[in-house]
Design a protein around this ligand. Structure first.
Ligand code: NDP
Length: 503
């Protein structure tokens, strides 16, 4: 990271994490990565800088655990009970997980709380699925045949997790992989590895056997890359940028492993004139700034119907101006961006938008925070008069920036929403049920919210259309990603001439 960040106040403020392989901590090469808080500029954590050898050791541990059957051969009910214990242990440590995610992400603890709790909820739900791993019986194949379709765990899975919601995204992969009977090697982001190591330690405490959950911290290359390439990994589930997702896909070709990709987004918030505008103002603002806009389903594009646009924007800009920015311990609505380079990228996008003809309705630049001189704070920003060909309309910014484009009628709104390469999650605000249903069916995205936004429940499957990726997380479909189907065909009795051969 190229910046002017400071040393920590005292070395006791730094949390230190090693890899977690085969139930034991390990420092690997001894090299470490320092995590600088994007709020204070001080070091808040140090992680082991993993190597290819560390990944190889973790994959071997996961393979041995899988082959031993110590996890995959357990009855589903027993795996479910272990996952329930894990959820309970995580709940006992929820404040710790919130504190370390908040410190490493640079977000207020009150913002980090919801996603961490939702992550634990994913483990609860995954536990309930563990005993549902069953197949089909076919007895309609003729009198002497029985067919079985059996669902089996895939094997060793690699879970590559980004920095924006470290605990949540880990849990929405790990819970389902474990429920299916897989064993895992986790590669968290180099910026936010603490919670992944803690979840692995707590999994052991909850009675999940050694080698079932392994974590290797370190840089995308070599650690993530080796995991994606590894010939003994059966599936890689990746969340992150589209560019890195393409690299993961390339790496996975070595052994044709399965790949699940949850990539970027450029979600539209479509506000019709007949919406409850009070709700819509709050929802649009929340979607734009939640987690500093560092969210794959951030409501980055406001599409607002002409007849209410001016009033809506006045109200939105006023509310945006009231938002509080602060550090992990502050009563704030949003925090700092993940690191200085990312902040500069977001600020560049704001400039690009203005050069392309946008006008700034709120925010527009870095915030010189009175308490945090080193803080990577960007003001919640509304860019008005944005057109569909503008870069800020098309490209993922991943910061607290929302573009505004006006439309007239549902057809134009749908066309504008669908014109981007991404298709992750769009939102429709209207009180007209016919319009809501018609529009949701014509939107090209894996999720559509109506009169709510960035909501979720573990039962509800999540994933992308178009460049937002493929594969599904959460829900029954997310669980089945970690399984494969074996077909067993059985012939009973003897039937001469069955194969049509001359005797
Ligand atoms: P990346 O896609 O680079 O990172 C996601 C994960 O992949 C991290 O754990 C990263 O490790 C790892 N990784 C990096 N390179 C490789 C590789 N060659 N092979 C395997 N794994 C790798 O995201 P960034 O952190 O760079 O963020 C950049 C952009 O990605 C954001 O601006 C945003 O647009 C998007 N993004 C989208 C997210 C989403 O939820 N859809 C989440 C996060 C980012 P490491 O962190 O150590 O580099």
């Amino acid at each position: 990271m190229t910046d002017t960040l400071r040393d920590p106040a005292t070395s006791s403020d730094i949390r230190r994490y090693q890899h977690f392989i085969d139930g034991k901590p390990g420092s690997g090469s001894g090299e470490v990565i320092a995590r600088y808080s994007p709020v204070s500029g001080q070091v808040v954590a140090e992680y082991a800088a993993g190597t290819e050898a560390d990944i190889d050791a973790a994959v071997l541990a996961a393979r041995n655990a899988f082959n031993s059957g110590v996890w995959s051969d357990l009855p589903g009910l027993a795996r479910g009970r272990a996952l329930n214990r894990l959820a309970s242990v995580l709940r006992n440590h929820v404040d710790e997980l919130i504190a370390l995610d908040a410190a490493e992400v640079g977000t207020p603890q009150r913002v980090a709380r919801g996603p961490v709790e939702a992550g634990i909820g994913q483990i609860d739900f995954a536990a309930s699925l563990a005993s549902t791993l069953h197949g089909e019986i076919h007895t309609n194949l003729g009198p002497d045949f029985t067919g079985l379709l059996v669902r089996e765990p895939l094997g060793v899975v690699g879970l590559i997790v980004p920095w924006n919601f470290p605990t949540l995204i880990l849990c929405q992969k790990l819970g389902y992989a474990l429920a299916a009977g897989c064993t895992a090697v986790v590669k968290p982001s180099e910026f936010t590895s603490g919670s992944a190591v803690r979840v692995a330690e707590l999994a052991l405490e909850a009675g999940i056997p050694e080698g079932v959950v392994n974590v290797v911290t370190g840089y995308g290359n070599p650690v993530g890359q080796r995991l994606a390439e590894h010939p003994d990994v059966d599936l890689v589930s990746f969340t992150g940028s589209t560019a890195t997702g393409q690299r993961v896909l390339e790496s996975s070709k070595s052994n044709l492993k399965r790949v699940s990709l949850e990539l970027g987004g450029k979600a539209a918030q479509i506000v019709f004139a007949d919406a409850d505008l009070d709700d819509a103002v709050e929802g649009v603002l929340f979607a734009a700034i939640h987690n500093q806009g560092e969210c794959c389903v951030a409501g980055a594009r406001l599409l607002v119907e002409d007849s209410v646009a001016d009033e809506f924007l006045d109200r939105l800009a006023k509310r945006a101006g009231d938002l509080r920015l602060g550090g992990p311990d502050d009563e704030a609505d949003l925090g700092a961006l993940i690191h200085p380079d990312h902040m500069r990228k977001v600020l560049d996008y704001i400039n690009v938008g203005v050069q392309e003809g946008a006008s700034i309705r709120a925010g527009g630049g870095q915030l010189d925070h009175p308490e945090y001189a080193q803080g990577c704070f960007v003001q919640p920003t509304i860019l008005d008069n944005v057109t569909p060909t503008d870069r800020v309309f098309q490209e993922e910014i991943f910061g607290p920036v929302v573009t505004v484009t006006r439309f007239s009628g549902a057809d134009e709104a749908i066309e504008l929403a669908n014109v981007v390469e991404y298709g992750l999650g769009n939102t429709v605000w209207t009180k007209n049920i016919d319009k809501a249903l018609t529009v949701t069916r014509r939107l090209h995205s894996g999720t559509v919210w109506v009169n709510t936004t960035i909501d979720g429940s573990p039962q509800l499957t999540f994933g992308g259309y178009k460049a937002s990726g493929y594969g599904r997380e959460m829900g029954k479909a997310g669980f089945e990603e970690y399984t494969q189907i074996k077909t067993i065909q059985i012939r009973t009795g003897t039937r001469v001439g069955k194969f049509g051969l001359l005797s």
